[in-house]
Design a protein around this ligand. Sequence first.
Ligand SMILES: [Zn+2]
Length: 84
Amino acid sequence: MRFGVMCLAPCRYTDMEHISDHDLDRYYLGMVVDEAELAPLEEHLLCCHGCLERAENSGKDIDTLRAAMVAGNFDLEDSVREDY
Ligand SMILES: [Zn+2]
């Protein structure tokens, strides 16, 4: 087992910082709409399994949170309509 084999394709983003959990959440929620931010983020996910895994995990967390909100366990907003 050698180090440095995680990135199979030459990747110019290996030098950049890994994606933060916060940004992964924003990406998953579709809140990253700026192409200048989105493009490197997606390319990083293509070649960085660590971040991809974290993206999937945070995605699951968000799905859980959403499900809980739908189920009414979270009262984040008083104005949430219940006729939906
Ligand atoms: Zn990464």
